[in-house]
Design a protein around this ligand. Structure first.
Ligand code: NAD
Ligand code: UD1
Length: 332
């Protein structure tokens, strides 16, 4: 099968390309390199020993997409391309609605033209909004607290409507929890520009000396040590989840929604302590006020993906911390 991976040179996309190639799928990537580098294509090929076809194009460009579908007989699409910074989306909502909704709609229009009706979409635990009922189940009512989250909720709705309009559309909505870590080769990983917003990239930059001190946002949450608890999942496990989702729509037709997480919660202090222990480095940190919009605990109920996809994340927090640091050290 030939899979079009949008955003395939990005953090999660690149790891997914590796797992797809390892499983024998052919991979075509479209990425405008807004938040990734062309070298990633070489690294994907180096890790797997297989070739990928790369198009430097924008998913909002209908003609570019048509050209890709004309030149390649695409069987399914995994749609990662999009903007993902929560804070930025509050400041620049139109950019987020334009890029995230625009690319999803145009992509689906072109897929329809070429009769390719299999799509896997990168959604997020952010669609559970401020829910306090943890762990989150796929059946919970959705709500959002920022434009980024709203784009995810809207795209889920659009793909659902598409499936309702024509049951030949097979749709998998994957709600990621907190992906961290990197490929153990150290060739691909997460490398945000500027000062990171998310915890693990920040921890890494403090450990390598690029940033001075981690601010831990809040130590008075109703959690075991007062710091926020999240469901961290190794990015390679997450990538494997996409292969499982593809297998699902080869077996069964329909619309499917899955959480991809571990179901296990770790606090900010757990992350800092484990990172220090595994990598034998110091991560300077101090307590700071809570970050606006944060919730105390965000955890997946991963049982549906386990039952229906036969997907279970296996990589430990130690591996997540080790691989994240290994990638950073190799790429300084
Ligand atoms: P990323 O920024 O590393 O990858 C996204 C890729 O898409 C980048 O390479 C970027 O250049 C490309 N891109 C953006 N807009 C494009 C467009 N219009 N046309 C072509 N390419 C475009 O992000 P990521 O962390 O790999 O996330 C992938 C997807 O997963 C995103 O949709 C994101 O919202 C979602 N997601 C990520 C997380 C996370 O923690 N990383 C959590 C939940 C959901
Ligand atoms: C964030 C996004 C969420 C997105 C997810 C995955 C916000 C409000 N939420 O979730 O929509 O789906 O990323 O990418 O941005 N922390 C610190 N210090 C830091 C950074 C983070 O203490 O410098 C804490 C946070 O308060 C939180 C935990 O670390 O308790 C994880 O934070 P982060 O990595 O930003 O992820 P989320 O907030 O879960």
């Amino acid at each position: 099968m030939k899979i079009l991976v949008t955003g395939g040179t990005g953090y999660i996309g690149s790891h997914t390309c590796v797992e797809l190639l390892n499983e024998g799928y052919e991979v075509v990537i479209i990425d405008n390199l807004y938040n990734s580098k062309i070298e990633t294509v070489d690294y994907i090929e180096k890790i797997t020993g297989k070739k990928v076809k790369f198009y430097k194009d924008d998913c909002c460009d209908k003609e570019a997409l048509r050209k890709i579908f004309k030149e390649n007989k695409i069987d399914a699409v995994i749609h990662f391309a999009g903007y993902k910074a929560v804070g930025e989306s509050v400041k620049l909502p139109l950019n987020y609605y334009h890029n995230n909704l625009g690319s999803a709609i145009i992509l689906c229009e072109v897929m329809k033209e070429f009769n390719c009706k299999n799509i896997i979409f990168s959604s997020s635990a952010t669609v559970y909004g401020n829910s306090k009922r943890v762990p989150f189940k796929e059946t919970y009512k959705l709500s959002t607290t920022n434009p980024y989250g709203t784009t995810k909720m809207f795209i889920e709705r659009i793909l659902t409507d598409l499936h309702i309009s024509d049951e030949d559309w097979n749709v998998v909505l994957l709600r990621y929890f907190n992906p961290i870590g990197a490929h153990p080769s150290g060739l691909i990983g997460e490398d945000p520009n500027g000062i990171p917003n998310n915890l693990m990239p920040y921890v890494v930059k403090v450990a390598t000396g690029e940033l001075e001190c981690l601010s831990i946002f809040g130590n008075d949450y109703p959690t075991k040590d007062g710091t926020g608890v999240r469901d961290y999942i190794h990015v390679v496990d997450l990538a494997v989840g996409h292969v499982k989702a593809l297998e699902k729509i080869q077996k069964d037709n329909g619309l499917f929604i899955y959480n991809l997480g571990t179901g296990e919660g770790y606090s900010v202090l757990d992350i800092v302590n484990t990172f220090e222990r595994v990598n034998k480095v110091k991560v300077n940190h101090k307590f700071a006020p809570r970050r606006k919009g944060d919730i105390a605990t965000c955890l997946a109920d991963p049982s549906k993906a386990e039952k229906e996809l036969n997907f279970k994340a296996t990589r430990t927090l130690e591996e997540m911390c080790r691989d994240a640091y290994n990638y950073a050290v190799k790429n300084r």
